[in-house]
Design a protein. Structure first.
Lengths: 254, 309
């Protein structure tokens, strides 16, 4: 735990002084404006929760595929990865802490979206089931940390940027962040269940609606389980990658 | 024995299809006793950094063995790591957006220092390396010399018994490099073993107890800098502060001028005597015969490869 917290603290030190890392936050308002304009001007108040949640989850995913996924690549470029591998402790918890710290920033798009909705359109959604909403948000951030570590490990050996781009829209669609999964073509819907964000989006949408939320625990469990699977896969992937670069002699780029 | 390397081999696969094999270490054997400052000299691509990487456990050898304090760097990597400190030269491995204090606290955690000990050790190293006044400034604002001191502090955070210095004075100004060499002396006095890779022959001559010349992944020679020069059977040199031309004298192989000093390369001691007599007879008072320097031995053994790697 201490190493995890060391990673969190270290990443916060870095993020505070690298405002460029927060550029994802600058794209959120545009998504908010686009979606809210459509919903407000078409008079579809029933779609407000969708318009509010999409930028929040897109922002969270943006941090995972952007900043979090690049943590290890940057380590490799600066040759700090080499020093980390030579340290007496296993560096995995530290890197997980750094990824998790980035994803704590995932709360910022939520504040940003709510604020813009109120300021520009004069509307904010009512959270009818606050504890469900926050539990879903917490579980999603945990799942995102696991996914972030998996992406970071993957990026370590596939640092081209193409994958990061590829992982945006397909995930937004499959996860039902933009369009609820039930409106997607039927053959695609089973795929969505493998994407934790689809569970997050559904549960958070339900938390904003007045109707009672069904199967809360199972759905939370699904998010956490998918996140845990990604975490284990990320941990294993990182271990195997570090072993491979140690064997291949490709720890550093230079 | 701090380091014991036997028939160490490391090959890499290169090329698009990874079908080209490059040998970085070719059956290299080396012993470094405890509390020695040992220099690794060789041209780019000779295998110096590869050897450091194997010893620091970040690279697996493809053959042979390497032990640090009797522990195998492959099979007992976890036990080896706390005993080693790695120090890079230049910007590599530092976080420009952290302060020196934050950098050391971060690495202290990775070297398993408890919080209170980490704080004390950080303060101690900042003080020792003369960084206390700038401890809370961002590393990116540091001069090259300060960054190098921070590197060394980082390498010392775990109180290592073996320190691997990979070209630590690259790009340093002479004053910073001088201070750095003084620090190496202090570390040696504390009983640590130091393995230093460098291209700077003067540095190696000044700080190293022994040096190993390596090229193409093989050891060419291991000796004290002075012993290596004497053993090499190379030409002698005569140095004098003069503008006289001695190139026509018997036994003179060549001359060069450096900082107002005439350096005459001669075939042997007898030829050196002829040059000395000539210079003294012509009123030159500042004159001396000198054995070959480490740089001469290096150039002779490694060859004048220049930019070639």
């Amino acid at each position: 735990m201490r190493l995890f917290l060391t990673g969190v603290r270290m990443q916060w030190w870095l993020v505070r002084r690298q405002p460029d890392d927060l550029l994802t936050l600058c794209t959120i308002p545009f998504t908010v404006l686009m979606l809210m304009s459509i919903v407000v001007h078409s008079g579809r108040a029933d779609l407000l929760p969708n318009a509010f949640l999409a930028p929040v989850l897109i922002g969270l995913w943006g941090f995972a595929t952007g900043l979090a996924a690049e943590v290890l690549v940057t380590e490799r470029w600066t040759r700090s990865l080499e020093l980390g591998m030579a340290a007496p402790v296993s560096p995995h918890p530290v890197y997980l802490g750094r990824v998790a710290a980035v994803l704590l920033l995932g709360v910022a798009p939520l504040v940003e979206t709510w604020g813009l909705g109120w300021l520009v359109f004069g509307v904010t959604p009512t959270v009818h089931h606050p504890w469900v909403f926050w539990a879903a948000m917490g579980a999603s951030m945990f799942a995102m940390a696991g996914t972030g570590l998996l992406l970071a490990a993957f990026m370590l050996t596939n640092d081209t940027g193409h994958y990061q781009n590829f992982l945006s829209f397909p995930i937004y669609v499959l996860s039902g962040v933009m369009v609820p999964v039930q409106y997607l073509p039927e053959p695609l819907q089973p795929l969505s269940h493998a994407v934790f964000l689809s569970w997050s989006a559904d549960l958070m949408r339900d938390a904003l609606a007045p109707a009672p939320v069904a199967a809360v625990w199972w759905r939370l469990l699904a998010i956490v389980a998918l996140g845990a699977a990604a975490l284990v896969a990320g941990r294993l992937s990182l271990e195997l990658t570090l072993r491979r670069v140690r064997r291949a002699g490709s720890v550093a780029y230079a | 024995m701090s380091v014991r390397v036997r028939d160490l081999t490391r090959t890499y696969r290169k090329g698009r299809r990874k079908n080209e094999e490059v040998t970085a270490l070719d059956g290299l054997s080396l012993d470094i006793p405890s509390n020695e400052v040992h220099g690794l000299l060789g041209p780019n691509g000779a295998g110096k950094t590869t050897l450091c990487k194997v010893l620091s456990t970040v690279l697996l050898p493809t053959g042979g063995s390497a032990e640090v304090f009797g522990l195998d760097v492959v099979a007992q990597a976890h036990e080896v790591r706390p005993l080693i400190g790695i120090v890079f030269g230049g910007e590599r491995g530092l976080y420009g957006k952290l302060t020196a204090r934050q950098t050391l606290r971060y690495w202290a955690a990775l070297y398993k220092l408890p919080d209170t000990r980490a704080k004390a050790r950080t303060d101690e190293l900042l003080d020792r390396l003369g960084l206390t006044a700038k401890a809370d400034d961002l590393v990116e604002t540091y001069s090259r010399g300060m960054k190098q001191r921070l590197h060394l502090a980082r390498g010392l955070i775990g109180d290592p018994r073996l320190i691997l210095l990979d070209e630590p004075t690259t790009g340093m100004d002479p004053v910073a490099a001088h201070d750095f060499r003084a620090l190496i002396g202090e570390l040696r006095a504390e009983g640590r073993t130091i393995l230093i890779t460098t291209h700077d022959m003067d540095e190696a001559e000044e700080v190293c107890d022994r040096v190993t010349l390596i090229d193409h992944g093989r050891v060419l020679a291991t000796e004290s800098p002075r012993g290596l020069a004497e053993m090499s059977g190379l030409h002698r040199w005569v140095e004098a502060e003069t503008a006289l031309d001695v190139s026509g004298l018997p036994g003179v192989l060549g001359t060069e001028r450096r900082d107002g000093l005439l350096r005459v390369r001669v075939v042997d001691d007898a030829a050196a005597r002829v040059v000395l007599d000539f210079l003294l007879d012509n009123g030159v008072r500042s004159v001396r015969a000198v054995p070959p320097r480490l740089e001469d031995v290096y150039l002779d053994l490694v060859g004048r490869r220049g930019m070639e790697v």
